[in-house]
Design a protein. Structure first.
Length: 289
């Protein structure tokens, strides 16, 4: 039976908005992984609004996306510190002696950064800007600003077209990597990761309409996103270790233990990239085949 674009997209939005708003109480209580869940929900909704932007009246959606970007940025500061703390704690468990103590100091610093960032998130959640965003999100669920000409369009065609565009965007970025300078490769891989994440979220929104093919595309995009996410986490950890080593050096502290930890993270980054070719294999085929 033919499904119209309007109801199908409205259902996807309802689920995404509910996921975001439901995470708020957990973040306020500082429940485990709550910041991560709210950040993902925020990014997911923003990504879906971007991928399916041609179905909406642009001005209203662009304003909401900008506010979601602001919220995701606040959550991101806390989440990034949380990830680094967890990563250094895991690294500490593999070390001994002074290297373990260095890791524990890194954990302490990152947990302090997380606590400060979480307080900033709470201030934002209590502020008028977030209250306005909540009202707009509830209105988005109730009456999304859909373009009249697109509401009745065939959902299969609309959703397939969006996935095709997002798929091609990832493929173009992967192919362009051959021309990227070595110094720019880390940031280019980060752009590929973001494009893969966008493809994953647009595919998730399309699952009720396209079923298996959308599920498969989401799974493949998630794998690519995960591989590059592991690489990015290692790179961020390396940057933090280098900064702490530089600070220690200015105080006359020998940085050999920092250097060994840096090498361990460098090895983790390399191992993540070892999985990259296989994770991009699905891009060798045309979308839909």
């Amino acid at each position: 039976m033919r499904t119209a674009t309007g109801p199908a997209l409205r259902a996807a939005l309802d689920e995404d908005v509910d996921r975001l708003l439901s995470a708020e109480p957990e973040v306020r209580a500082d429940a485990h992984d709550s910041v991560h869940q709210m950040r993902v929900a925020t990014r997911r909704l923003r990504s879906v609004l971007r991928s399916y932007r041609d179905v909406f009246r642009r001005k209203e959606i662009d304003e909401i996306r900008e506010e979601l970007r602001w919220l995701a940025g606040l959550l991101g500061v806390a989440r990034d510190a949380e990830v680094r703390a967890e990563r250094f704690a895991a690294l500490a468990a593999e070390q001994s002696g002074e290297q373990r103590r260095v890791c524990r100091r890194l954990v302490t610093v990152e947990r302090h950064r997380y606590a400060e960032a979480h307080r900033e998130v709470l201030r934002a959640l209590d502020g008028e800007r977030y209250r306005r965003l909540r009202r707009r999100l509830k209105a988005l669920r109730r009456d999304p600003p859909l373009r009249r000409k697109r509401v009745r369009a065939d959902a299969t065609r609309t959703f397939s077209g969006v996935l095709r565009d997002d798929f091609r965007r990832v493929r173009r970025l992967v192919r362009a990597e051959e021309t990227v300078e070595p110094a720019d490769r880390v940031e280019h891989l980060h752009e590929i990761r973001k494009a893969a994440k966008r493809l994953r979220y647009s595919a998730d929104a399309a699952v009720p309409v396209l079923n298996g093919p959308a599920e498969e595309l989401s799974a493949r995009a998630k794998k690519l996103q995960t591989v590059l996410g592991d690489h990015r986490d290692a790179i961020e950890a390396m940057t933090t270790i280098r900064a702490r080593a530089a600070a220690a050096s200015t105080r006359g502290i020998v940085t050999a233990d920092y250097d060994r930890l840096y090498d361990a993270e460098s090895d983790a980054a390399r191992k993540a990239l070892d999985q990259y070719p296989a994770a991009t294999e699905f891009l060798r085929h045309k979308y839909g085949h």
